[in-house]
Design a protein around this ligand. Structure first.
Ligand code: CAA
Length: 258
């Protein structure tokens, strides 16, 4: 897979996507987001890939949507072109787990892209923010929706209205990121986490992802029912037999459906 604005490579069973537009701090121009969508689609279809990591550079995961590209947009350009929706949705719809490995700036659309992933591993250098208000716009790729779900209303309002940045420590305390690691260990940690996930039964991993996401879309009782049904369904999997037999026989499981 060869791209202009990203690098996509398989690292064992992990699909690694590196945003690679360093001169613009990985600003998310349409071609970059299209390439990201294509790479995710390829990794999702690739039987040898069990988990995906999206990362940027030491300085920036991504500094947001491309301001130069959209500065002269009319309402019709944005609406008719379905800006954001059209090509930004693939991270959300990908059925395999996607981890964001964030160092440096994750601002605006960059923060929103990270939040669209299943979880965020942050370098101690990470800075998160929704500074759109400074540009005379509002977040448009989920900032006003995913941020309050992740960190609560007070902090989400604060970040979106003040445009201030939140460092990795604050982001972890607030629940936006799952772990903080030293910047020089970020990729190693993220790939390690992804390899671990990719070693488990893929249908089970996909079910877990679907179930956790369901928690944000349903009442508690509906979510619990959905989980119970899928829990029951898991007993139809060969990998359930293998996982439990391996435990009883005190050996490592050899999952078939990876
Ligand atoms: N779009 C386009 N280009 C960008 C960019 C962006 N979002 N962010 C940075 N760049 C470019 C700069 O224009 C600059 O290019 P030149 O060298 O050609 O001038 C280059 O990247 C380096 O940037 P800086 O010189 O500004 O670097 P810095 O270290 O001084 O500052 C920064 C870093 C604080 C991240 C600053 O670049 C910045 O504030 N960027 C914009 C952040 C922002 O407002 N993001 C939200 C965008 S709108 C959005 O994302 C909408 C949405 O919800 C989808």
């Amino acid at each position: 897979m060869t791209y202009e604005y990203i690098i996509a490579e398989a690292k064992g069973r992990v699909g690694l996507i590196t945003l690679n537009r360093p001169k613009a701090l990985n600003a998310l121009c349409d071609p970059l987001v299209d390439e990201l969508g294509d790479a995710l689609t390829e990794f999702e279809a690739d039987e040898n890939i069990g988990c995906i990591v999206i990362t940027g550079s030491d300085k920036a995961f991504a500094a947001g949507a491309d301001i130069s590209m959209m500065k002269d947009f009319s309402y019709m350009d944005a609406y008719k072109g379905d800006y954001i929706t059209r090509n930004w949705e693939k991270v959300k719809t990908c059925r395999k787990p996607v981890i964001a490995a964030v160092a440096g700036y994750a601002l605006g659309g960059g923060c929103e892209l990270a939040m669209s992933c299943d979880f965020i591993i942050a370098a101690d250098s990470a800075q998160f923010g929704q500074p759109e208000v400074k540009l005379g716009i509002l977040p448009g790729a989920g900032g006003t929706q995913r941020l309050p779900r992740a960190v609560g209303k007070a902090k989400a309002m604060d970040l979106c209205l003040s445009a201030r940045m939140m460092d990795a420590t604050e982001a972890e305390r607030a629940g936006l990121v799952s772990r903080i690691v030293p910047a020089d260990k970020l990729l190693e940690e993220a790939l390690g986490a992804a390899e671990k996930i990719a070693s488990y039964s893929l249908p089970v991993v996909m079910m877990i992802k679907e179930n956790v996401n369901r928690a944000f879309e349903s009442s508690l009782n509906e979510g619990l029912l959905f989980e119970r049904r899928q829990f029951h369904a898991a007993f139809a999997l060969e990998d359930q037999k293998e996982g439990m037999a391996a435990f009883v026989e005190k050996r490592k499981p050899a999952f078939k459906h990876r």
